[in-house]
Ligand binder design. Sequence first.
Ligand SMILES: NC(=O)c1ccc[n+]([C@@H]2O[C@H](COP(=O)([O-])OP(=O)(O)OC[C@H]3O[C@@H](n4cnc5c(N)ncnc54)[C@H](O)[C@@H]3O)[C@@H](O)[C@H]2O)c1
Ligand SMILES: [Zn+2]
Length: 359
Amino acid sequence: MSRVRVNLSERSYDIEIGAGMLARSGEFVASRSRVSHAVCIADANVVSPYAESVEESLRSAGARVARLTIQPGERCKSVAEAERLWNAMLAAGADRKSVVIAVGGGVVGDLAGFVAATYARGLAFVQVPTTLLAQVDSSVGGKVGVNLPGAKNMVGAFWQPLGVLIDTATLATLPDREYRAGLGEVVKYGVILDAEFFAWLESHVAEINRRDAAALEHIITRCCRLKADVVEADERETIGLRAVLNYGHTFCHAIEAVTGYGEYLHGEAVAIGMMCAARLAASLGRIDQSLVVRQRELLAALRLPLETPSVDDDALLAAMQHDKKVEHGRLRFILPTRLGHVELVGDVAPELARAALRS
Ligand SMILES: NC(=O)c1ccc[n+]([C@@H]2O[C@H](COP(=O)([O-])OP(=O)(O)OC[C@H]3O[C@@H](n4cnc5c(N)ncnc54)[C@H](O)[C@@H]3O)[C@@H](O)[C@H]2O)c1
Ligand SMILES: [Zn+2]
């Protein structure tokens, strides 16, 4: 078992990572809070067996447990679903001492976290992420929220969990595409923050592709540590440091928007976006071609898509103008200067961004 400590003064918490951790849920929660009443909010796809084993463990630790199930998919990350959960929690007798346990991927984590942050002005909250993306990214850092019909993640809060419990064994049932999409974000951490980790990924492709338990524990532990370092330095995204996590994401968000969300999983679009960003960095003379090649080869070995889809480049450019990082109409990107280091680069000429869309 590995442990990552997230240091945020009185909001500090642990992330525990290993195979078979679900059976330790009761002990994990009880050692951090009095847990007489728990509300388990679970994705319907993981109720059996994962939420069930979490609940059994909580009951053995003496808690009364209610379960609320949400239907899988991004559509559930809505105000309407949050309202349904608030009412269901009231009906289940939740009060200020109840603990919310989120079991599922990033959708459940964001939604249940938002419900926990708002119900009775804030309840203790534990994340039990079951997708690779949630284990390396969304469960760490305290961003919770729901979508509005016209804007993703527009309503939310910073609400740090009491702890995060990661059972790598849950990844055994994750569909292949979802697993690979999570690997897109894993490669991102190597490029932006950790050259040694990137090299480790290159030399462990076979283990990663067969979901080897030791490799998974290493990857998840390293990614959580790297994200925790960023979050510790910029908890509420006020000094801009957290923006390094957006490497590849300006291109990615444009691809997701233009292909109409649903064509690509987020992590797949991240892989394509990182290829665009690497080409852009090379064309600006910030990195040499060998880094573009290394990144491409690692992503290809992990069977992620690399090519920008054949859509209208003008539409992609227009979508990029809507990115959060655009200032006064000038494009800004997070770009590497070497493996393991990125910088925010302002005032990029749109023609260069356009040229970087395709190799
Ligand atoms: N809060 C943050 O900092 C942050 C960061 C990144 C992403 N996100 C959010 O995360 C969400 C995406 O999360 P996701 O990729 O985990 O998607 P998801 O929660 O939709 O899960 C993907 C699919 O996998 C299924 N699933 C989950 N665990 C499984 C398992 N162990 N076995 C089999 N199937 C399983 C789910 O039912 C779902 O169909 C988005 O809403 C995104 O905005 C949040
Ligand atoms: Zn992302």
